[in-house]
Design a protein around this ligand. Structure first.
Ligand SMILES: Cc1cc2nc3c(=O)[nH]c(=O)nc-3n(C[C@H](O)[C@H](O)[C@H](O)COP(=O)(O)O)c2cc1C
Length: 204
């Protein structure tokens, strides 16, 4: 059973969540995890060279393959992660989703479990709007949305950190100066494990 964890990350916060999601999915027997990054835009890639922090994060990701439509086709379950941009997913992630019309035409993603995760700069920067709007195209594709139940440790809190029933989250800070809290990573692992467990149940 293949679970695809596909993400976009410029400063590493969504990358950290993606690795935690992948770790959680690997806990499940008979699951092979495919970790993939979203293709960067050429114009953005050139700009990244002017920003040391972003360049370092890009360099760290060179060994992670770029996600293809065939990866989505091969996956039995998918977890998608994108930083929040104006309360929504990044254009890079949307471009990947918009390249799936061949999958949609044949209903190839129908019945596959899917989860989502995001990072925002600020506490109220739009985590829920990003997660909920990321779900919309997944529903068009016929996927089965998986969230994070409130029985998960760390979900009910009033601290400056992530954790939503719609998916895993973290807070990066205005300059990207924060790192995901241990609780954010644990919740991301639970999301990965939950998508993997449901994938095994639904697709066996
Ligand atoms: C164009 C743009 C729009 C953004 N919009 C938001 C936003 O609506 N809310 C927010 O909290 N952060 C916003 N951010 C900050 C990003 O969410 C932040 O850089 C990201 O969470 C870091 O994730 P990464 O380290 O995986 O790249 C925006 C950043 C950019 C470049």
């Amino acid at each position: 059973m293949k679970v695809l964890v596909v993400y976009y990350s410029m400063y590493g916060h969504t990358l950290a969540l993606a690795k935690a999601v992948a770790e959680g999915a690997r806990r499940v027997a008979n699951v092979e995890v495919m970790l993939r990054r979203v293709q960067e835009f050429e114009a953005v890639d050139e700009k990244i060279n002017e920003n040391d922090a972003a360049r370092q994060v890009q360099d760290q990701q060179q060994d992670i393959p770029i996600c293809t439509v065939d990866d989505l086709r091969a996956a039995d379950g998918v977890v998608l992660g994108s930083p929040t941009r104006y309360g929504n997913m990044t254009a890079q992630m949307k471009q990947l989703i918009d390249s799936t019309s061949a999958l949609w035409l044949k209903g190839e993603m129908e019945g596959k479990p899917a989860g989502v995760f995001t990072s925002t700069a600020s506490t109220h920067g739009g985590q829920e709007t990003t997660l909920l709007t990321m779900m919309v195209p997944l529903l068009h594709l016929g996927m089965l949305i998986v969230g994070v139940p409130y029985s998960t440790p760390g979900m009910i809190h009033t601290e400056a950190r992530g954790g939503t029933p719609y998916g895993a989250t973290t807070i990066a800070g205005g300059q990207g100066e924060l790192q995901p809290k241990p609780e954010d990573l644990e919740i991301a692992k639970v999301l990965g494990q939950r998508v993997a467990e449901i994938t095994v149940k639904v697709r066996s």
